[in-house]
Write a protein that binds this ligand. Sequence first.
Ligand code: CMC
Length: 427
Amino acid sequence: MGDTAKIGIGGKTVELPVLKGTTGPDVVDIRKLYAETDTFTYDPGFTSTASCESKITFIDGDAGILLHRGYPIDQLAEKSSFLEVCYLLLHGELPTAAEYATFDHNITYHTMLHEQFDRFFMGFRRDAHPMAIMVSAVGALSAFYHDSTNIDDPEQRMISAHRMIAKIPTIAARAYKYSLGQPFVHPRNDLSYAENFLKMCFSVPAEDWKPNPVLTRAMDRIFILHADHEQNASTSTVRLAGSSGANPFACIAAGIACLWGPSHGGANEEALNMLKEIGTVDRIPEYVQGVKDRRYRLMGFGHRVYKNYDPRAKVMQTTCHEVLAEVGHSDDPLLKVAMELEKIALNDPYFVERKLYPNVDFYSGITLRALGFPPEMFTVLFALARTVGWIAQWKEMIEDPSQKIGRPRQLYTGAPQRDYVAVEKRG
Ligand code: CMC
C-alpha cells in the first residue's frame, strides 16, 4: 500500500490514496471525496489540481526543465526537426528512419485543402484578425473531412491527427495571404515542413522564391519550442471539449480560441507591442515603474508553472540573434530594449521576489517580425505549432480507459431558492 492522505471533514476522516508519477509532485486522488464526505475541493485556475494522467510532456517549473516524452527541449531544438518532434509527441518514441519516412509521407500527403475550402476564406473581411479565421477554418475542417471524425476508430483518429498537422500550415498561410490580398500559394511536398510554410506565406507568382536555410531552421525551431506544453489553458480546453466526444477538428478549434487570449498565446503579439511602446532604452525605468504600480504587466514575463528561466526562452533568445544577424537587423532597437529590459527585470527585487523570468514569448515577437511576419500572425504561428500537442493530448485522452466527460463542480454563492415575482410586483 502506498502513501495515503487523511482529511478530516465534519467529524469524519477519510483516507485518500496518494499517486506517484515518474517524476514531479505526488497527487492526492480525491475521486472518492465527494461520495464519502459530500464535499468538493475548490481550486479556481487549477493551481493545485492535476486534471489528468499523461505521458507526453513534463515540466519542472522550479528547475526550468521541459521534457517531451523524456527528451529535454533544448536537445530537441538543437538536434531534431519539428516533424520528428510531432512523431515523438504522437507515438511516444523517436522514429526509426523508416518510420520517419512513412510519417513524412503521411503528413505531406495531406497538406492540400479541399478546393471548396478556399471559398470559405472569401467570406471574411480582408481586415479580419487571422486568429478569427483560424478558429473558424479549423472548426470547418469537420465539415469537409467526415471520414476522420469517428473518434472510436483508431485509424480515423490517426488520420485526423495527420490531417491537422498537415493542413494547419496551409490554413495559416491562407489566412495571411488573404489579409494581404495576394493569391493563395499551394503547398509543395518536396519542401520541408518549415520551408513549405514560409513559401506559402512569402512567395508570390510573379517572382522566384528560394528558401533561406538559416530562416527555415529558425522557423522549424520556433515550431519545436511551441509544440506542446503539458496541461496549459488551451490544451485543457481541447481535452475538455474532447471529453464529450466532440470530433478532433472541433476540439482543436476550441483550443485555438483559448490560445488567442493575451495571457496565453496572444502574449507574443503583446510583448512586441510593449517593446515598441517603450521604444528606447532610456524609457525602460519609467515603464518598469508602471509595472510595479500595477498599471500593466510586463508581457513575455512570468509563467504559471516556471518560477525560473523558461527553457524555451533561452533557445528563443539564441534563435532571435541568429535571425536578426541573417536579415541584417542585429542593431534592431527593439532587441536592445528587450535585452536591457530583461537585464533590469532579472535584477529588480519586484521581479526577483515574484520569480518572474522571461518566457518563450519575450523574444519570439522580435524574431517573428524579423522573419517577415506581422504581429497579428504571431499567435497563428503558435497555434500552428501547438496543434500537434493538442492532437497528441486529445488522442491520449480518448485512449485512456479512465476517461470521463469533464464536469467540474462549483462553490455556489448566489441567491438561495426563491419564488418567481411577477414584473408588476418587482422593484
Ligand atoms: N508582470 C508584472 N507582474 C507580474 C507578471 C508580469 N508579467 N506576471 C505575474 N506578475 C505578478 C502578479 O502581479 C502577482 O503579484 P502579487 O503577488 O504581488 O499580486 C504575482 O506576480 C503572481 O501573479 P499571478 O497572476 O498570480 O500569476 P499567474 O501564474 O496566475 O500568471 C501569467 C501567469 C503568465 C498569466 C502571468 O505571469 C502574466 O500575465 N504574464 C504576462 C503574459 C505572458 O507573458 N503570457 C505568456 C505565458 S508563456 C506562453 C504561454 O504559455 O501561453
